[in-house]
Ligand binder design. Structure first.
Ligand SMILES: Cc1cc2nc3c(=O)[nH]c(=O)nc-3n(C[C@H](O)[C@H](O)[C@H](O)COP(=O)(O)OP(=O)(O)OC[C@H]3O[C@@H](n4cnc5c(N)ncnc54)[C@H](O)[C@@H]3O)c2cc1C
Length: 381
């Protein structure tokens, strides 16, 4: 039985970006994916910033890009809609199945071995040896858990579903977000066009039946459903630890997902690539304590933004529909919208907070305070 430097459980963006980078750094890597085909079944909507992927040298191929986003429209519960010119953000919609296959091909070309149709049942660490049981036993020095939401930190999962639809009302390049605390408590619904007359339409929220929410959203919009997908999203923030002994967690299993939008492609790829760098350091120096560098570097890159996102999420969760309307109307200053349109999509919370300015921050503070007071007065508190 051959022994690998690292075994990766999970062949999606987190695991495959790890595998490519680790192989590039000279490690022997085995990826074990439970499904028969990489990228399938596809759940993700694929809305992502090209900048975020280029940062790690993993831009999607032309064939994997379905559409470019030029405008974001927020529909508040009752107030007027808010439009953000997104042309400068370099946000695209990718075909996740294609993109994951591209990452797998890249990792294989660099020397990683990818085995599909193998579900890992058990992994154990004994001294310097990791053994992984997937029907057959494999051995390695290090283990990478890239199993996604199944291992994500407890408590951060929201029910979500999406339809892929064909419809005349779809405007290519125009992403819509529907905010309504009664229909989608603590989250929102969305439409993401991915070609002429085609859109991915999703909904998520605390305690909702997302299919019912989607049916209600689409009631007044004639459409034909091409595909239905139920898949939970994760919004609970990064895990407390990404490293333990000879094991690292990357991607959604480490909670490396934006708590505001549940977008996890770029942050998981960041996790995979940074983890690979430090696993390679550990292998080359025969010193597992070097793994700590992974956690440090990922947090240096993303922690400030994640904290800002968690704060925004905490505020948003407590707002009533009336307060959401008030907040969104405060945001509709041309100056603020222009600044948002020029920010970095992957770091939108810090950009948003700095763009708010004194008046916006004051409104936000007032809303939070009123929500807190209301919570204090609520008979359930
Ligand atoms: C409906 C929906 C829409 C989304 N839209 C977007 C979006 O537009 N933009 C964005 O950035 N993010 C989006 N996300 C989030 C994004 O898809 C995830 O954050 C990202 O895929 C996480 O990557 P990952 O590699 O950590 O985990 P995953 O992509 O979840 O992959 C985990 C892999 O591990 C495998 N696996 C699990 N257990 C085992 C096992 N025991 N043995 C072997 N293999 C195993 C699984 O089969 C899977 O392939 C969306 C998510 C959902 C659910």
């Amino acid at each position: 039985m051959s022994r690998f430097d690292a075994i990766v459980v999970g062949g999606s963006v987190g695991g495959l970006s790890f595998a490519g980078e680790a192989a590039k750094r000279g490690l022997s890597v085995l990826v074990l994916e439970e499904h028969d085909e990489i990228g399938e079944p596809e759940k993700c909507d694929g809305l992502v910033s090209l900048r975020g992927l280029r940062r790690y040298g993993l831009a999607p191929s032309r064939g994997a890009i379905q559409s470019s986003v030029r405008e974001g429209v927020i529909h508040p519960p009752a107030g007027p809609q808010l439009c953000v010119d997104a042309g400068a953000l370099e946000v695209v919609v990718i075909d996740r199945s294609q993109y994951d296959k591209q990452l797998a091909e890249n990792a294989s070309e660099l020397g990683a071995i990818i085995k599909t149709g193998l579900r890992v049942q058990r992994a154990a660490e004994k001294g310097e040896l990791v053994t992984v049981d997937a029907g057959q036993t494999y051995e390695s020095d290090y283990l990478v858990d890239a199993t996604g939401p199944a291992s994500a930190p407890a408590g951060g999962i929201l029910p979500a579903a999406k339809y892929e639809v064909e419809a005349d009302w779809v405007e290519e390049g125009r992403v819509e977000v529907f905010v309504d605390q009664a229909r989608y408590p603590g989250f929102f619904a969305w439409t993401i066009p991915y070609g002429a007359r085609r859109a991915k339409v999703g909904a998520a929220g605390r305690g909702i039946n997302p299919f019912k929410a989607l049916d209600a959203l689409l009631e007044s919009r004639p459409h034909k459903v091409i595909r239905r997908v139920a898949a939970p999203i994760y919004v609970g923030g990064p895990a407390g630890r990404f490293v333990s002994g000879r094991k690292v967690w990357v991607g959604e299993s480490a909670g490396q997902v934006k708590p505001t939008t549940a977008g996890g492609i770029a942050t998981s790829i960041g996790g995979g690539v940074i983890a690979a760098k430090w696993v390679a350091e550990s292998v080359h120096s025969h010193d597992p304590s070097r793994l700590e560098g992974y956690e440090r570097e990922w947090r240096e890159t993303f922690e400030k933004e994640m904290r800002a996102m968690m704060r925004l999420r905490g505020v948003f969760e407590r707002l009533s529909n009336r307060e959401v309307d008030l907040l969104i109307s405060t945001l509709s200053s041309p100056k603020l919208l222009a600044r948002l349109g020029k920010s970095d999509f992957d770091f939108h919370a810090t950009a948003f907070l700095s763009a708010l300015g004194v008046v916006g921050l004051f409104t936000l503070a007032r809303l939070v305070a009123s929500a807190e007071v209301r919570q204090l007065l609520s008979p359930r508190s």
